[in-house]
Design a protein around this ligand. Structure first.
Ligand code: HAM
Length: 419
């Protein structure tokens, strides 16, 4: 039996690197005053269909949707944002206080064509700032996203940013863009010809060479921004500059989800190949309405953990060093086993990583194992030590060995490890 296409099994060598990286990001989020939110892995299908947009690739062809035994249509979450806002709306959290800052981390599901950096089950770390319309909240979210990458140890990326303006600016632009696309329809890819009717903005970030050529003279959204939209965007850029954050304005960046207005951004990894977005996000001000609640402005980002880990594998292989136990406990003879297990319980309670033998192996093979896995200390209890209430401690790095009273084992082991 093979795992489903586009999924991954993560063994201890990798999971340790994942856990440490997620912890660094969680610490960064805490530094910014964000608290963790955990939401269901599946939701009613309508949560995603309405919030993400019926015309998007995600809703149109990538969702894992099923009818449950009660006859309801459910979908495995393809992103966090819609679920987070569903939860915020359901629990009326904005009635309790006007601003909420959440971070999240976990698995997501999209039926995409698997390739390097693209999976059907993947993971995101992200955050949403709920209740603020200000350019300051956009800048805060971008700073946090960037800090998560930097804290994880990634420095080789670019920040691309754009504004989609408010809905009036976008509607005016959309009309003009549609006219333009009609005039070059014959030169467009089939995908873009299909998209241009319902979602013309998406044609802009097509990677197809035919589209790139056809779009050279496309009207620019920047020319359609009203003064409110311009002022908002300029303030975001100004805040980034004041913090010394480099950015590139990318006027064709529109993102693949329909809910954005004003600021959108992506972090592009320089060593990733074709799936090069480490993460992205932006402002979305209308999502609460999809859940029947009063509208509230929001901004957020999500980072793709597989792409983050792929980058770290190349840039920081030390992160992938194996997790080694601190000490291997060896009982010589049946009578010593229970005592050795007592020592093991004591040392674990002291915070050390301890293994005991569960295969009935000889002292020789246990020493070999300790050597092979670079376990720094071996503790041995034989008949004599049992009688004397002592143990033998062996420093595996220099072969030195000494007898130690059982009350002192924790400090003695620590001394050897630190040496
Ligand atoms: P997104 O651009 O769809 O945005 O996904 C964010 C990141 O998740 C991508 O840049 C990429 O790194 C990773 N990602 C997406 N799909 C896959 C996949 N199939 N395999 C591996 N990694 C993938 C969102 O999801 C929005 N919810 C972001 C957001 C939060 N906007 C506002 N708040």
């Amino acid at each position: 039996m093979q795992s489903p296409r586009g999924t991954k099994d993560i063994f201890p060598l990798q999971s340790k690197a994942w856990r440490e990286t997620e912890q660094k990001m969680a610490d960064a989020a805490r530094n910014f005053g964000y608290g963790e939110i955990r939401i269901p892995i599946f939701e009613h299908t309508s949560v995603f269909a309405r919030a993400i947009g019926e015309e998007t690739d995600i809703v149109g062809k990538e969702m894992y949707t099923f009818v449950d035994r009660g006859g309801d249509s459910m979908t495995l979450r393809p992103e966090f944002t819609a679920g987070v806002i569903r939860a915020a709306s359901q629990h009326s959290i904005l009635g309790q206080s006007p601003l909420h800052r959440f971070w999240y981390c976990g698995p997501l599901f999209r039926y995409e064509r698997p390739q390097k950096g693209r999976f059907r089950q993947f993971h995101q770390f992200g955050a949403e700032c709920i209740g603020a319309a200000s350019p300051e909240s956009d800048a805060e979210i971008i700073l946090l996203a960037r800090q998560c990458l930097v804290a994880a140890g990634i420095n080789d990326f670019r920040l691309q940013i754009n504004t989609l303006g408010n809905s009036e600016s976008r509607a005016a632009y959309r009309a003009r863009l549609s006219e333009f696309l009609q005039s070059v329809a014959e030169q467009l890819s089939e995908d873009s010809r299909r998209r241009m009717e319902k979602n013309p903005l998406r044609v802009l970030d097509s990677k197809d060479e035919r589209d790139r050529v056809a779009l050279v003279n496309a009207p620019s959204l920047t020319d359609f921004l009203d003064s409110e939209s311009k002022i908002h965007f300029e303030r975001v850029l100004n805040l980034l500059e004041s913090q010394g954050i480099p950015y590139e304005i990318h006027s064709r960046l529109v993102r693949g989800l329909d809910y954005y207005s004003h600021t959108v951004f992506e972090f592009i990894g320089n060593s990733l190949g074709s799936q090069d977005a480490l993460g992205g996000g932006g402002r979305y001000n209308n999502m609460f309405e999809y859940f029947g609640a009063k509208s509230a402005p929001c901004v957020g980002f999500s980072l793709g953990m597989e792409r983050v880990m792929l980058t770290l594998e190349q840039q920081n292989p030390a992160l992938y060093s194996p997790e080694t136990p601190d000490v291997s406990l060896i009982a010589l003879g049946e009578e010593s086993v229970n005592t050795v297990w007592k020592y093991a319980a004591f040392l674990r309670a002291e915070g050390l990583s301890v293994i005991t033998d569960v295969l009935g192996r000889s002292m020789k093979s246990l020493m070999k194992e300790a050597d092979k896995f670079s376990i720094p200390v071996v503790l041995i209890v034989g008949e004599n030590e049992l009688a004397a209430g002592t143990v033998i401690l062996r420093d595996m790095r220099n072969g030195g060995q000494r007898e130690c009273p059982s009350e002192e084992i924790a400090s003695a082991i620590r001394e050897i490890i630190i040496k």
